[in-house]
Ligand binder design. Structure first.
Ligand SMILES: NC(=O)c1ccc[n+]([C@@H]2O[C@H](COP(=O)([O-])OP(=O)(O)OC[C@H]3O[C@@H](n4cnc5c(N)ncnc54)[C@H](O)[C@@H]3O)[C@@H](O)[C@H]2O)c1
Length: 388
């Protein structure tokens, strides 16, 4: 079995989730290549050293360029905010490294297009690139796509997709990078709206073709964070000065899909009481399916072809060995959690690299999401219906 030497940038939320996946993936799945956690990059020497030790990386560095320059790194895994995705990914691909890049792919459509061009050029050399829309790999979501592709819902009519969190409800919550446009690209829109855009296009197999959106920023300035003000809910201000919030707190839009369905989307980090409330419901002519991330082992299914006396939503517990990804895990009914999606993502990427095929979502798929994000912002600015 070949070894794939990983270099990862960033060691906070996603860095930890991806590290868990790299540590686990070959112990769970039989794969053509084995991941080696070779080198982790971060900006602070003491912190990156501690992260390497805690998360299980062989070596550490304070400069991500070391990942690009070293011959003994085969794949670069980008777990940093969006402002560094394009530069790191394009450099890695040009150096012949496979790339896994967190979502959203970039902060602008222009950057995303450059990344797609870099991935296309690299593919000709057998180099693979994938974007981390992890929720595709929750087994219930993958299974939802399969049922829809089999025609179980008939013609699709509506999609209702929401992603609701509440971690910035307090106006004293500090101005972390996710609230700064130059670092994050956009607010709730790109952070969590990007997930429900990708999931909608993934489960329906249809593209968003046009939309009308609005965005709102409820708290326009916030205390400056202490330190580098890292993760969700982590930083406390301790500072009297404030800075401007330059992204949306909430983004809503209605859209048309390429197969004729209509859809509504709602993304906010100010839905008081909602912690990680991602829900997607698809209604078709013959039935409906719904998924809720806070009950991620389940699907709600309504089969409208049953006799009237038997109609009703039923719960499918998605833990059978012949459900996607699950044959390698626990016995039926023994549930999986949030982190498993990352292991499944690593599995699919290693499988693709080992068999010389293109992993999904590709950078081109992720550009498709970026175009929708851009259309929402343009529509919110002009008030007009915008073609994607
Ligand atoms: N797939 C998912 O479900 C999911 C979930 C959360 C975040 N994300 C995405 O993952 C990315 C990172 O988010 P996060 O939540 O891990 O953020 P985070 O703030 O928890 O971690 C960011 C890390 O990047 C480091 N960093 C920042 N700029 C850097 C630079 N120029 N060079 C080197 N290191 C740098 C920080 O020090 C930190 O270690 C974002 O693109 C985000 O949208 C994806």
């Amino acid at each position: 079995m070949g070894e794939l030497r990983i270099g990862m940038v960033g060691y906070a939320f996603m860095g930890e989730a991806h590290s868990q996946a790299w540590r686990t993936v070959n112990r769970v799945y039989d794969l053509p290549v084995r991941a080696r956690m070779s080198l982790i990059a971060g900006r602070d020497k003491a912190n990156v050293a501690a992260a390497a030790d805690r998360l299980g990386w062989d070596e550490h560095t304070t400069d991500w360029r070391d990942l690009i320059n070293r011959d003994d790194i085969d794949l670069v895994d980008i777990c940093t905010p969006g402002d560094s995705h394009a530069e790191i990914a394009c450099a890695a691909l040009a150096a012949g490294k496979h790339v896994l890049c967190e979502k959203p792919l970039a902060n602008t459509v222009e950057e995303a297009r450059a990344m797609v061009a870099a991935a296309d050029a690299a593919r000709a050399q057998g180099v693979r690139a994938m974007c981390g829309f992890t929720y595709r790999r929750v087994p219930a979501v993958t299974f939802m796509r399969r049922l829809i592709a089999e025609g179980r819902l008939g013609e699709l009519r509506h999609v209702r997709a929401v992603y609701l969190q509440d971690w910035i409800t307090d106006p004293e919550f500090p101005l972390v990078w996710r609230l700064q446009k130059d670092k994050a690209g956009s607010g709730a829109l790109g952070d969590i709206g990007a997930h429900i855009i990708d999931m909608t296009q993934f489960v329906t197999g249809q593209a968003i073709t046009g939309l009308s959106g609005l965005t709102e920023t409820f708290v326009t300035e916030r205390p400056l964070p202490s330190g580098d003000g890292a993760a969700l809910g982590a930083a406390t201000a301790g500072a009297s000065s404030k800075g401007p919030v330059t992204v949306d707190d909430a983004a809503l839009f209605v859209a048309r899909l390429s197969g004729g369905a209509v859809a509504t989307f709602e993304a906010t980090r100010m839905a008081t009481g909602r912690k990680n409330g991602l829900r997607i419901e698809v209604n078709g002519a013959k039935g409906s399916l719904a998924f809720d991330l806070e009950r991620l082992n389940e699907l709600e299914y309504y089969d409208g072809t049953l006799p009237g006396t038997e109609l009703g939503f039923r719960r499918i517990l998605v833990t059978e060995p012949d459900h996607p990804y699950l044959s390698a895990w626990w016995p039926t009914g023994h549930l999986i959690g949030y982190e498993h999606g990352f292991t499944h993502q690593a599995r699919d990427l290693l499988e693709a690299i080992g068999t010389g095929t293109d992993p999904e979502p590709s950078f081109a798929d992720a550009l498709g999401v970026q175009l929708v994000l851009d259309a929402v912002e343009r529509s919110a600015g002009s008030g007009a219906w915008v073609q994607v």
